[in-house]
Design a protein around this ligand. Structure first.
Ligand code: G4P
Length: 489
């Protein structure tokens, strides 16, 4: 018998307390014994605005990408989402691999920009959310203000599950909603009664559909409310369920092993060009040595040394179950979005490439390094750090990103890992669209617009547009051609 799985992520704005909460969850699950280990990473992250230093400490960042701990017979898989403010594709993709999320909010700040963006990503995929309002040991907004803010800004029903008995200097503990209130101070008793009447009752179905969020109050730092939060994840958060795929959704009890790659991390060891592909197991019982076939390309690969991620140490896995993440070492055959299956024929859908919002021309400082640059751009696009477009005409390679931070990461990694000195120059393009649809029309379109055509890393045709207006204009002129802002793999 396998233990039930809860595969989840924490979403928050920087400084709300994600690192502290992660550490406390791991401590309570017995996964780490030294307080401060996860924390050290959070501090490093803030201390060095230079995020590349963290990229260089890849050993650390990989073990903490997936953290597994067990408690009360349940296996929790916590997937880390990068904490910087810039929106990253990596974060989005990680959220495709979880069954639920914890949203951490700073009680003094309410909903902040990054919380909101990440929430929108969760909503796109109906990922259910438990809210943890952190730092009640400090003065903050009132519980009512916080609940209303979540409800209004995120258009979500809220159910307070706990109520803080005072906050900051007056904090005296947490009250479980629904318990007798006679022992509470009068003012709090009144609040609790008002709240009990004013917010909808908890409804697990509404939560699992992503329409309602149960709200917990607490302090990660002081460990207030953390046990209740873990219990709530265990009790309410959905176990692994069916995921969208072709030809049909795949449920965990599907007999074959299937999964998809949501993240690839390259160059973890600068001396070896190795990679770890992170696969979310969707169905079947994975056993070490099993052969899995990447759908659509490639031969079956035998997974002899899969990695399971227990915090602070990478363990070699013998078995893994739906909801688990395994790391598959490979030499670049596996890409983000790939489906892996015991028997070919299944393909998971819904892992998009984003329409790049910033396009830049790569300028090589040493022209003899063209080959290295091409290799680096291919690698980094495969990892999802950037998207790369090779124009049909000319040799001005274009890279596309959705956030500025990705550009910084690109330059730093080109330099550090590939010894390629490059700069970025403005490009005449503003956005890109993947081209598809009626084959004859596509050919006509491409012939007539050769100067704006490029290929992505996988050879798919991409139209480079000077503006969103141009995209619309062209789309009207070629109605049988489809211009997609994202490319689902
Ligand atoms: P992040 O990963 O979301 O960016 O946040 P992190 O956990 O690093 O926490 C950000 C800051 O908030 C840290 O303070 C942390 O100690 C503090 N913090 C987290 N949870 C609580 C809480 O429940 N109550 C209070 N009062 N503070 C909390 P810092 O000053 O940046 O670091 P440090 O010097 O305290 O270590």
């Amino acid at each position: 018998m396998t233990s039930p799985r809860r595969t989840f992520a924490i979403i928050s704005h920087p400084d709300a307390g994600k690192t502290t909460l992660t550490e406390k969850l791991l401590l309570k699950g017995g996964a780490i014994h030294l307080a401060g280990e996860v924390k050290a990473r959070g501090q490093a992250r803030r201390a060095r605005s230079d995020w590349m230093k963290i990229e260089q400490q890849r050993g650390i960042s990989v073990t903490s990408s997936v953290m597994t701990f067990e408690r009360d017979g349940i296996t929790f898989n916590l997937l880390d989402t990068p904490g910087h403010e810039d929106f990253s594709e990596d974060t989005y993709r990680t959220l495709t691999a979880v069954d639920s999320a914890i949203m951490v909010i700073d009680a003094a700040r309410g909903i902040e920009a990054q919380t909101r963006k990440l929430f929108e990503v969760c909503r796109l995929r109906s990922v259910p959310i438990i809210t943890f309002i952190n730092k009640v040991d400090r003065e903050g907004l009132s519980p009512f203000e916080l609940l209303d803010e979540v409800a209004d800004k995120l258009a979500l029903d809220v159910t307070p599950m706990m109520w803080p008995i005072g906050m900051g200097g007056t904090y005296q503990g947490l009250h479980v909603m629904g318990d007798a209130t006679d022992a509470l101070p009068d003012a709090v008793q009144e609040e609790v009664e008002l709240a009990g009447a004013g917010y909808p009752e908890f409804d697990v179905e509404a939560y699992r559909n992503g329409d309602l969020t149960p709200v917990f109050f607490g302090s990660a730092l002081r460990e207030y409310g953390v046990d209740q939060l873990i219990e709530a994840i265990a009790a309410f958060a959905p176990p692994p369920h069916a995921l969208p795929a072709e030809p049909a959704p795949v449920a965990p009890d599907y007999p074959d092993v299937t999964g998809f790659v949501f993240k690839v991390q390259a160059n973890m060891d600068p001396n070896h060009r190795d990679r770890i592909a992170f696969m979310r197991l969707v169905s079947g019982t994975f056993k070490r040595g099993m052969k899995l076939t990447p759908t659509g390309h490639g031969k079956p690969i035998a997974v002899h040394s899969p990695i399971l991620f227990f915090a602070q140490q990478r363990e070699v896995a013998d078995e893994a179950f739906p909801g688990d993440i395994i790391g598959i070492p490979n030499h670049g055959t596996l890409r983000v979005g790939d489906t892996l299956a015991e028997k070919p024929g299944v393909r998971f859908t819904g892992l998009p490439n984003f329409a790049p919002e910033i396009l830049r021309r790569v300028a090589l400082k040493d022209p003899t390094k063209t080959k290295q640059l091409r290799k680096a751009l291919d690698d980094l696009s495969e990892e999802g750090v950037i998207q790369v477009f090779y124009p049909e005409i000319g040799s001005n390679w274009i890279i596309g990103v959705v956030g500025q931070l990705q550009l910084d990461v690109l330059l730093s990694r080109l330099d550090a890992e590939y010894k390629v000195a490059a700069g970025l120059e403005p490009s005449p393009y503003d956005t890109a669209r993947w081209v598809g649809g009626d084959a004859g029309e596509v050919k006509t379109f491409m012939d007539q617009n050769k100067g704006a055509m490029a290929k992505d890393r996988d050879g798919n045709p991409v139209f480079l547009a000077k503006s969103a207006w141009e995209v619309n204009y062209i789309a009207e002129r070629y109605p049988a051609v489809k211009f997609a802002a994202t490319r689902e793999r």
